[in-house]
Write a protein that binds this ligand. Sequence first.
Ligand SMILES: [Zn+2]
Length: 154
Amino acid sequence: MKVAIGQDSHRIDFEKSDKKLVLGAVTFEGERPLLANSDGDVVLHAITNAVSGITCKNILGKVADKMCENGITDSKEYLKEALKYLKENIVHLSISVECKTPKLADKMELMRESIAKIMNINASQIGITATSGEGLTESGKGNGISVIAIITVE
Ligand SMILES: [Zn+2]
């Protein structure tokens, strides 16, 4: 059995209005997007890093940047690229989101199902929690979103 951690943070884009906020490949209408060359799906980025933590094949950075240059801005593709190197079976995925907005409660089930579909596992293998951390960090203050993902494989 192996356990790995992945983390990512993005600032909220207060200027762009044509881009949409995407978390776990679920679109949040009416919310400010995140600053990124890609779609800025910080949840999928943290998961991608967690998978890389197992495989030791880093995707975010050089590989994803190259994909982005070639027009691939959908973060699902970065996660799928990371999963190509994963030989073990996924036991569980735990995701912790820190942000002031959006409120995730209403979309939590959708996110679990969406992530499960991308990773070819059951939604019951994915746990998501969210906190504003009492506004102690920039993300908690509403300036960004931070995510930690922990993956367990066997
Ligand atoms: Zn990112």
